[in-house]
Design a protein. Structure first.
Ligand code: ADP
Ligand code: MG
Ligand code: MG
Length: 893
């Protein structure tokens, strides 16, 4: 052993406990392979096989070339290293021993499947080759060995088809068309297999197709077949569709794919053979029942391709979709019980819902794959919560497993029940949710339409080439395929509503229309699908926001128990406040009072007030405005029922309220009945070169205190009438203690005059760098700080929020900036200032309450930062509240 040169192990072996041959474990042991067993080394498929192998589950033996092999392939200038290939060849000898079969020879030829698989499962991204090892001679041998020449030649036909399309790049449709033509010629009824004679004709035709299109032929040498296939899988890592998928899913381009080489088992050896897919729970609804499909006398790729509609595995599943064909449970109860036993063991082992592929060869069950199953958003949440209730995972794990997008999708709209809809037909409810859109039949059409309108992609079945257009579509409808077909799996992963297998729908490509019964729907007309029920509905329909599902509420309750920070909402209307309250907020963190002047009649009053130079009429107008603000405040206080509300006094520069266009100015002159010259003069006076850094916020109050006084009067009077109010008055754009002292005096005077018995708090926005730096002198003057991250980002980076988009995009494209600082907090810069404000503020005022308002309050990664620096609360827009809560909770686990 000592003199043996230490070489790297590129392979990981599996499945050797479960072969027919009495394989000497010693043999395996001597050649022990020590590749690290984890998903990034073996890819998720290789990892699943390795784990099943360790559990002693029935899997066909084989080995995985580790993902480093793929990186090595690119380092070597897209060449498979000799060292790796040598190890593969040596390993094949062991596989031959284990299976008692021979690669490229007889008496029983060893056939292989060659499968790709990266760490993140990318369904259908890189194609699998089956039946590799067949050539003219071995096919004949296989016929003899199995005494089934039709089986052997059908396998050969499949191999040539796959090799030709996957490895040699010939359009797969050419093969499909050729075989269809021969079927018609030979009068073979639908669904029946080809005769041996017909198979020979097909194979000859296939060989011709390959020759015509490439000027060469596929290799008869089985080792060449294997070597080319391994290289092709590594190469497919960079195929456009794989790259698209990675981009859509933020997967690192450096990870690489593993290659799994496995002895074949045959689901196509007669009536006691089958192949199928199984989920340990329903991937669409999350229901805790086995869910899956199978095809008798078939090989796996037929199921995934969605070209045929398979049978259900459970009786319940069959009854649910009212299928006539027997379920696996009814037809093969023993296999079914073996399978369900293994399935639940796998779910327990991996601690998550599994997606399992299996094949039965002549009555014997083999597992081919297991992985954490893709699921719809509602299923994701339901499964996590169910598993917690079953005692399999804890609450923290539930929070980790629920994605922000899952939570958002749980709130997606459903059909408005108060409308009449025309249900055209029913398909399989493959992925929940409602989508309306203009129908399109090709990726090109989807792309064109999606620029302007919502699109529904309608296809017979989808293939990995459709990934890009599926991402652009609002929903997907297929006429063929089952619930485990490509379209269904991908749609669930993307969170798109999807209906599969809508048989009554025909795509009439020549006439560019859909035919459903008597109805013809031309391309580009509206159609609606409800992926929750499987209903295909005529036209565009109304949807409503659904009531939160019980799972959603459980999830929110878990988040509430776990998070430390309070979550508030930014709201200024009763409607927004009600939405936020329905999500369970601890108060309003930002009520922007200027928003209360946005309706046309109030805008008119406001404009008139700021354009009037005569003090007397200003006072009248302010009184009018006071009255309406008071009504608004009262209504808000009432819905809040004693929860705190932070009211920010007027913030924007006055010119924001003024029209700029001559036509608008002319209209305004008529509305407010003032001379044009006067109005124009006043507008010119109010105009600023740089209004964001200009006359706004506290500065406005210091120069024109009347407006703040009006707002304060409205607040105190409203509070006095409602009584149950936790009022927090907030001053914007403060940079110095003198401003606070000046304005607090005004507030206190009005308070004493109007509502001395009402309690209130005063706080300031920290949104200028100087305020953050001066936190120690500001904090003793106030009860709270609210960090205004929008303006603080603007003033710290010196980038205007309104003009930044033009160049920030370029920064990002050139890799100079990771994220838009107005979306995700710049932790090093703005974050450092916030940290200073917190430390200095709290050192001068230990009980100072500190929160944030601004877009960052709803951004998960920013929220994590706010948790880490110990803020008391975050405030975000109402519909962001669930996300903010989840993020605040996730930040604690
Ligand atoms: P995907 O990543 O698209 O799921 P797989 O590598 O799992 O691709 O292969 C697709 C199908 O090919 C499997 O579902 C299975 O039915 C079939 N298959 C793969 N390996 C074998 C094998 N060793 N024996 C028989 N069928 C296989
Ligand atoms: Mg698979
Ligand atoms: Mg601001």
């Amino acid at each position: 052993m000592l003199n043996k040169k230490q070489t790297k192990n590129w392979l990981h072996r599996f499945g050797y406990d479960y072969t027919n041959e009495p394989l000497s474990k010693a043999l395996c042991g001597e050649l022990a392979i020590e590749a690290k067993c984890d998903p990034s080394t073996l890819g998720s498929k290789g990892y699943g096989l390795a784990q099943m192998s360790a559990l002693g589950f029935p899997i066909p033996p084989g080995f995985t070339i580790i993902t480093e092999g793929c990186r090595n392939y690119y380092e070597k200038g897209e060449r498979l290293a000799q060292e790796i290939w040598d190890q593969v060849v040596a390993e094949l000898q062991l596989l031959e021993k284990a299976t008692g079969k021979h690669f490229g020879g007889g008496p029983f030829p060893l056939l292989l499947s060659v499968r790709s698989g990266a760490k993140a499962s990318m369904p259908g991204m890189m194609d699998t080759l089956l039946n590799l090892g067949l050539n003219d001679a071995t096919t004949e041998l296989l016929g003899h060995a199995t005494n089934d020449f039709r089986f052997a030649y059908d396998g050969y036909r499949r191999f040539i088809e796959m090799y030709g399309s996957v490895i040699m790049g010939i359009d797969h449709h050419l093969f499909v068309e050729a075989i269809e033509a021969i079927k018609r010629q030979e009068n073979i009824p639908l669904g029946a297999g080809l005769s041996l004679g017909a198979l020979h004709t097909v194979i000859d035709r296939y060989k011709q197709i390959i020759f015509t299109h490439t000027g060469t032929t596929y290799p008869q040498d089985v080792f060449k077949q294997l070597k080319n296939s391994i290289a092709a899988i590594f190469a497919s890592w960079n195929s456009p569709r794989a790259v698209t998928y990675r981009r859509l899913n933020q997967i690192d381009d450096q990870e690489g794919t593993a290659v799994t080489i496995q002895s074949m088992v045959f689901g196509n050896r007669g009536a006691d053979s089958l192949t199928g897919v199984l989920f340990t729970r329903n991937p669409s609804t999350g229901a805790p029942t086995l869910f899956g499909e199978y095809l008798i006398n078939a090989q796996g790729e037929e199921l995934v391709s969605g070209l045929v509609t398979p049978q259900q595995i459970t009786k319940q599943g069959r009854e649910l979709i009212q299928a006539k064909e027997d379920s696996l449970e009814e037809k093969y109860p023993i296999i079914f019980s073996q399978l369900s036993h293994l399935a639940s063991a796998l779910e327990d082992h991996f601690g998550d819902m599994q997606d399992i592929e299996y094949t039965v060869e002549q009555g014997r069950l083999w597992l081919l794959q297991t992985r954490n199953g893709k699921r719809s958003a509602s299923a994701a949440v339901k499964i996590a919560i169910d598993m917690m209730q079953e005692g399999k995972i804890d609450g923290q794990e539930v929070l980790k497993r629920i994605d922000y997008s899952d939570l958002e999708r749980l709130l997606h709209p459903t059909l408005d029940p108060n409308q009449t809809i025309e249900v055209l037909t029913q398909g399989l409810p493959a992925a929940p949710g409602v989508a309306s859109g203009l129908i399109a039949f090709s990726p090109e059409a989807v792309e064109a339409i999606s620029k302007k309108e919502q699109v529904l992609l309608v296809r017979e079945e989808t293939s990995p080439d459709d990934i890009g257009s599926m991402a652009m579509a609002a929903g997907i409808l297929t006429t063929k395929g089952g619930m485990t077909a490509h379209a269904a799996v991908v749609a669930r992963g993307m969170g798109k509503p999807c209906i599969c297998g809508a048989h009554a729908v025909t795509i009439d490509l020549p006439n560019q229309c859909l035919v459903i019964g008597q109805k013809k729907i031309p391309m580009g007309s509206y159609l609606t699908i409800d992926g929750t029920t499987g209903q295909v509905i005529s036209g565009k329909v109304a949807t409503i926001r659904q009531k939160p599902l019980p799972e959603f509420l459980t999830c929110m309750a878990l988040a509430d128990q776990t998070k430390r920070m309070a979550v508030r909402a930014n709201a200024e209307t009763v409607q927004d406040a009600a939405v936020a309250l329905s999500f369970g907020i601890s108060g309003i963190g930002l009520c922007r009072t200027e928003h209360m002047f946005f309706s046309p009649d109030r805008m008119r009053m406001f404009r008139k007030m700021i354009l009037t130079s005569a003090t007397a009429s200003r006072v009248d107008l302010l009184a009018e405005l006071m009255a309406v603000q008071k009504i608004d405040f009262k209504a808000l206080f009432q819905v809040l029922n004693g929860l705190p509300i932070t009211v920010r006094l007027l913030d924007p520069p006055l010119h924001e309220f003024l029209p700029s266009h001559p036509k608008e100015v002319a209209d305004l002159v008529v509305q407010i009945e003032r001379p044009l010259a006067e109005v124009e003069k006043r507008i010119a006076q109010l105009c600023e070169v740089n209004p964001m850094l200009g006359h706004r916020g506290a500065r406005l109050a210091i120069t024109f205190p009347e407006i703040y006084k009006m707002q304060l009067q409205a607040l105190f009077e409203a509070a006095l009438e409602v009584k149950q109010v936790a009022l927090e008055i907030m001053l914007p754009l403060i940079f110095d203690a003198q401003e606070v002292i000046f304005l607090k005096k005004i507030i206190e005077e009005l308070h004493q005059k109007i509502a001395p018995q009402i309690q209130y708090k005063v706080g300031i926005m920290i949104e200028l760098p100087r305020a953050a730096l001066q936190a120690a002198t500001l904090a003793p003057l106030v009860d709270f700080f609210s960090i205004g991250t929008n303006d603080l980002t603007q003033t710290t980076l010196g980038i205007s929020r309104d003009d930044g988009a033009k160049f920030l995009d370029v920064y990002r494209a050139k890799g100079l900036l990771k994220a838009d600082p107005f979306v995700t907090l710049d932790q090093e810069g703005v974050g450092a200032l916030i940290q200073i404000a917190v430390t200095r503020g709290r050192s001068a005022h230990p009980n100072l309450k500190i929160g944030i308002c601004g877009e960052h309050g709803g951004d998960p990664s920013s929220i994590q930062f706010f948790e880490s620096i110990g803020l008391d609360y975050i405030s975000c827009s109402p519909y962001r509240v669930p996300i903010a809560k989840l993020a605040a909770a996730k930040a604690r686990v």
